[in-house]
Design a protein around this ligand. Structure first.
Ligand SMILES: CC(C)(COP(=O)(O)OP(=O)(O)OC[C@H]1O[C@@H](n2cnc3c(N)ncnc32)[C@H](O)[C@@H]1OP(=O)(O)O)[C@@H](O)C(=O)NCCC(=O)NCCS
Length: 149
């Protein structure tokens, strides 16, 4: 069974260790700690049958919900973990009374784009050379929260 709960600082040793396997620009422990202790932030961890499977986080900036990160460990991918984490972020953004959610995703990251599209996010723009390490463009994707979807 997949369970989503609040992320804790105790999760960070493991998360920081696996970041580099999942992201071209891995976050540091300090960055995560600042996020977890920050205002208007909401971070989740997912477990499957008690094993750590993924994590995700949201920041509310100027009344809009920004997806800061979302990841599923390779061994747990394509089992619905990302979808459940994204649903938790959408629920949190709704609880923060945000009208819309947005995110940046690498133009080459078709898996994440498919996940977001399946949750009614649509591309609204491109940020050229957004990722310094790869030179990849980022797509900006947005979903409104005001209507039922
Ligand atoms: C993107 C990511 C979080 C998806 O997590 P996941 O747990 O595998 O996703 P789910 O199993 O919940 O998939 C939900 C839907 O997303 C889409 N999807 C997910 N992975 C996909 C892939 N590799 N190819 C195509 N579609 C994919 C599908 O529509 C899928 O539904 P389906 O399995 O019923 O077809 C995961 O691939 C990951 O951690 N990638 C590395 C980190 C990353 O890129 N994060 C996003 C940064 S913007």
């Amino acid at each position: 069974m997949i369970t989503v709960r609040a992320m804790e600082e105790a999760d960070l040793d493991f998360i920081v260790e696996v970041e580099a396997a999942l992201f071209s620009e891995p976050w540091s422990r300090r960055l995560y700690v600042n996020e977890l202790r920050g205002e208007d932030r909401c971070y989740f961890a997912a477990t499957q049958d008690g094993e750590f499977a993924g994590w995700a986080g949201l920041a509310v900036l100027a009344g809009e919900a920004h997806i800061m990160t979302i990841a599923t460990l390779p061994a747990f991918q394509r089992r619905g973990v990302g979808r459940l984490l994204l649903a938790a972020l959408i629920e949190a953004a709704t609880a923060f009374q945000c009208d819309r959610m947005l995110l940046e995703v690498a133009a080459t990251n078709t898996a994440a784009q498919a996940l977001y599209r399946s949750a009614h996010f649509a591309p609204v723009g491109v940020r050229r050379n957004y990722y310094a390490s790869t030179g990849d463009d980022a797509l900006v994707m947005v979903r409104t929260l005001s209507e039922e979807q």
